[in-house]
Design a protein around this ligand. Structure first.
Ligand code: PLP
Length: 484
């Protein structure tokens, strides 16, 4: 059998730069001195900082080796559920690096920024079209920031009607950021239990929806990777009591070009450009969480709005009902360029991307269902959720399985999330993995299930082939050592 992806190759050790330092070594060669020596006043010069003395090759190798310890989607499959770690086409980077974009200063007047304004204007319209909504703001900097923006919009909407609503419904299958965003806006979160199929039951919503309730925040597809198939009924119930429906659309990768949020009763939806629209993310880097809304919420969108007058694009600040500004300048513009490029280069293929993402997740689900426990046995969207229940008899847990996957060369999937599933293993392959990689991942997961039965001690000690072995995660989180 061929070696698995992560089991061969050189893994270099790398000392600190100070340990590599040799007195007098230097990264550049000065030309021969042609002026007399001059002494520097020792008091003025002082001791100076203790920089290591290194040659150019020392420095280049140091950083190149460190970069090889990283795992990213450019290294291999990254099946982290809920994060949509798909491959980001390099054309996006090329466009974002065009000097006209990369060097544009945010203080430039609109006359000198027509191209950047046009990009924002058009991106807002593309996102409205994709979601079936009426208007979009690209200002929010992340998914959670989009949620907060939408809560502020809901608040402005109810206030205009003279209503003071204080609570919001949040299903147990919502993303954890939802209650946090609602609470930042001063709303009390009322949890809604999902049914045995893992989705919302209209009757449960009807029981608790009242006229003190702002509305509902539904993650759809939800965090179990399931489509909320009662969503229209749920929207009708909430609307009948004067409430609004918010959709956390971070999982749009499953339904692009397939489900129009505006047509199923959603009033506002946020998207994660740094998930669905192929821009790099992770490590808390810059993102963008645009919010798309129905007409009734448009007057409240953040300022400035980008509008088109004749052939010219301009910023419009004068909007009396706006919730104001929610980000410095106009959001994370670099991310907007990447998403715009992705949308233009994909066109109608966006729908195919979603179909492949769903197909890949269901393929994994079917290929692993006989060895891992499947808590919700029904077709999934772009991610599937297993548990460690079948391995319990060997005392093997989700954590052991995830750690062992590294020995096989795969980044582990999301574990212990969503919270409603005990010992969850949440796998999202995305549409950008070829079948061979998905098959190799399945083979690794199956091999681990076998090892759990035959050699559980090996799994308890995994990973065994990585540079660092199993870490003390509690101490790492509570007492992080940041100095090397
Ligand atoms: C990732 C995610 C979020 C949060 O997005 P950030 O950009 O990390 O703030 C919210 N909801 C869902 C369903 C997500 O997957």
């Amino acid at each position: 059998m061929k070696e698995a992806i992560g089991t061969t190759g050189l893994v270099m050790n790398e000392p600190l730069l100070w340990e590599k330092s040799r007195k007098g070594r230097c990264g550049i060669s000065f030309s021969r001195k042609d002026v007399p020596d001059a002494s520097v006043d020792a008091d003025l010069a002082g001791e100076g900082p203790d920089f290591p003395d290194l040659s150019e090759v020392d420095v280049v190798r140091h950083y190149t080796r460190l970069s090889q310890w990283n795992f990213g989607v450019d290294t291999g499959m990254y099946p982290l559920g809920s994060c949509t770690m798909k491959y980001n086409p390099k054309i996006n980077e090329k466009m974002a690096a065009l000097p006209g974009f990369a060097e544009a200063h945010p203080m430039l007047p609109p006359d000198l920024s027509q191209g950047t304004l046009r990009l924002m204007y058009e991106l807002e319209r593309y996102l409205s079209e994709i979601t079936g909504m009426d208007a979009t703001t690209v200002q929010p900097a992340a998914g959670a920031h989009g949620e907060l923006t939408a809560m502020l919009l809901f608040h402005a909407f109810h206030r205009k009607k003279g209503e003071k609503r204080t609570k919001i419904l949040i299903p147990d299958t919502a993303h954890g950021t939802n209650p946090a965003s609602a609470s930042l806006c001063g709303y009390a979160s009322i949890p809604v239990a999902s049914n045995e199929k893992g989705v919302l039951d209209p009757a449960t919503v009807a029981d608790i929806m009242d006229e003190d309730t702002v509305g509902i925040m539904v993650t759809n597809p939800n965090t179990l990777g399931l489509f909320e198939d009662n969503i229209r009924k749920v929207c009708d119930i909430v609307h009948a009591k004067g409430g609004l429906v918010y959709c956390d659309g971070a999982n749009l990768n499953a339904v692009m070009g397939i489900v129009k949020m505006g047509e199923i009763g959603i009033d506002a939806v946020h998207l994660n450009l740094h998930k669905t629209f192929s821009t790099p993310h992770g490590g808390g880097g810059p993102g963008a969480g645009p919010v798309c809304v129905k007409k009734a919420l448009e007057p409240f969108l953040p300022v400035p709005r980008v509008e088109k007058k004749g052939e010219k694009y301009e910023f419009v600040w004068n909007r009396a009902e706006s919730i104001g500004k929610i980000h410095a300048f106009y959001g994370n513009f670099g991310i907007l360029i990447r998403a715009y490029t992705y949308i233009l280069s994909m066109g109608k293929e966006l729908k195919t991307a979603s179909q492949h993402a769903v197909l890949n997740a269901n393929y994994i689900k079917e290929k692993l269902r006989d060895v891992y426990h499947l808590p919700y046995d029904r077709p999934c969207m772009h991610e599937c959720v297993f548990t460690d229940k079948a391995q319990e008899q060997y005392r093997i847990t989700t954590l052991d399985i995830a750690k062992r996957l590294m020995d096989y060369g795969f980044h582990p999937p999301t574990i212990y999330f969503p919270l409603v599933v005990h010992g969850a293993i949440m796998i999202e392959p995305t549409e950008t993995e070829p079948k061979e990689n998905i098959d190799a991942f399945i083979a690794a997961m199956r091999a681990i299930a076998k090892e759990a039965e035959e050699n559980p001690d090996l799994l308890k000690n995994a990973p065994v082939k990585t540079k660092v072995r199993r870490l003390d995660e509690v101490t790492a989180a509570r007492k992080p050592c940041l100095c090397g």
